[in-house]
Ligand binder design. Structure first.
Ligand SMILES: [Zn+2]
Length: 437
């Protein structure tokens, strides 16, 4: 598993504690994080190797490993081969069996769930159709809470203590308070999502955080996606709304108020259609999933009361592919139009942010074969730096699960940053679980 946001760099091990108890606690926590993160990034290692590579002394490392074992975060896995550093010793590795995290995403037409253990192993990966656009906030949150409860029960049955829940929402989020300030395609304004979900399970002391779906998907791409590790990367959600998650210089770009990346509302056509945000000619009215359906299969357009039961996006896409296979020319024309507008908006992003890669998520990835070449040609034509700005459109492999996957990673990341949030197994076994509430 990679690092989402490295809080403590390897090599910056702190000096042994000499100051106040508060300082010592902080230093201890940082060092626990340093060791856990080292094992997360590099895999199993002996105590001697950990000491050599982190700069901590061996006695400290042994003590830190004992504490991490007591918290159920690491385990001894056998003898490590004699390597370049020190004598062979027992290898320590992350313990995937006890600690997990949950990512959720609510979007226009589905709720996604992704469960991970500490080692990055996927335990839950599911999506259910839900008409969030046609539901009020209360109904949506009730449904989200139900999905969350079912997932927590499953993780509990698998023996995992869930240490964090992150919810992805397509909108502007105050991540400090877990409040969605505005989600135009859900019709939400000032919804305290973290608080409302916590209230539905007041006896479950699991921290809930909320973030923008594109930000979380960008973190997933940066960590495990097709362009993982690319320090300058933009992820585009291919949903009804089009959001952007920007990784710049290896870090998520949030901006002054946390609203960076609202690329779907770049005004690209003053004579265009009305957007979900109330403005006219936003980029997502040109390239969003609703635009594709409107052009390629107007009888299935979003917002039509006669368009049938709630579908996850794949069902609409499958319908469009059926029509394409049957020779419906509207599909090809729609995709060509969308590819051109992807290039136009992509060029704005390249002029502004100079990413090396624009990762196309959601439905864009599904139609990669028809979209990428035309979009790339248009982008190359429009970017002011020309071929000197080497930016490629690539299709995500994470499908519609990117945001929920990223959300779970962020929750795991919190444990790596502060291992003391996980209670000791021996002395505090009564960490209340979802089922025992
Ligand atoms: Zn808009």
């Amino acid at each position: 598993m990679g690092q989402l946001v490295a809080q403590v760099e390897a090599g910056s091990a702190m000096v042994p504690p000499t100051g106040s108890p508060a300082d010592q606690t902080t230093v201890r926590r940082s060092n626990l994080s340093l060791v856990l993160r080292y094992l997360s990034t590099r895999g199993p290692a002996s105590r001697a190797a950990i000491a050599a590579e982190t700069g901590l002394n061996k006695t400290t490392v042994s003590s830190l490993i004992s504490e991490l074992q007591a918290r159920g975060l690491v385990t001894e896995t056998g003898l490590q081969q004699a390597g370049a550093v020190g004598r062979p010793g027992r290898a320590i590795s992350l313990d995937g069996a006890t600690v997990g995290a949950l990512g959720l995403e609510i979007n226009v037409d589905y709720i996604a769930t992704y469960g991970l253990d500490l080692t990055g192993r996927t335990l839950i990966d599911r999506r259910v159709g839900f008409d969030a656009m046609g539901s009020d906030v209360d109904r949506s949150l009730r449904q989200l809470s139900q999905v969350m409860g079912a997932a927590l029960t499953d993780l509990d049955s698998a023996g995992l203590r869930v240490m964090g829940i992150t919810v992805a929402v397509p909108g502007l989020v105050n991540v400090e308070t877990g409040t969605v300030l505005y989600a135009p395609n859900l019709g939400w304004r000032n919804v305290p999502v973290a608080q409302r979900l916590a209230d539905t399970a007041p006896t479950v002391p699991i921290p809930v955080s909320v973030d923008n779906d594109a930000n979380l998907a960008a973190l997933a791409e940066f960590t495990v996606g097709v362009a993982a590790g690319t320090p300058d990367l933009v992820y585009l959600t291919g949903e009804v709304g089009v959001g952007g998650g920007v990784i710049s210089g290896g870090r998520l770009l949030r901006g002054g108020d946390g609203f960076a990346g609202e690329v779907g509302h770049l005004p690209v056509d003053p004579n265009g259609d009305r957007c979900g945000c109330g403005r006219t000619g936003c980029w997502e009215t040109k390239v969003g999933l609703a635009a594709l359906v409107r052009m390629a299969a107007p009888d299935h357009a979003y917002g039509r009361s006669d368009s049938g039961p709630v579908r996850v996006p794949e069902e609409r896409l499958a319908e469009i592919e059926r029509r394409q296979a049957a020779g419906d020319r509207r599909v090809e024309q729609a995709l060509r139009e969308i590819a051109r507008w992807l290039g136009v908006g992509g060029a704005i992003l390249v002029n502004l942010l100079n990413p090396r890669v624009i990762v196309l998520g959601g439905y864009f990835a599904r139609f990669r074969g028809q979209l990428i070449a035309d979009a790339q040609a248009e982008l190359d034509r429009l970017v002011v730096a020309g071929p000197d700005a080497r930016c490629l459109f690539v299709a995500s492999e994470l499908d519609f699960r990117a945001a929920a996957h990223g959300a779970a990673h962020v929750a795991v990341e919190r444990v790596l940053t502060d291992p003391t949030m996980v209670a000791m197994l021996a002395s505090e076994p009564s960490q209340p679980s979802w089922r025992r509430r």
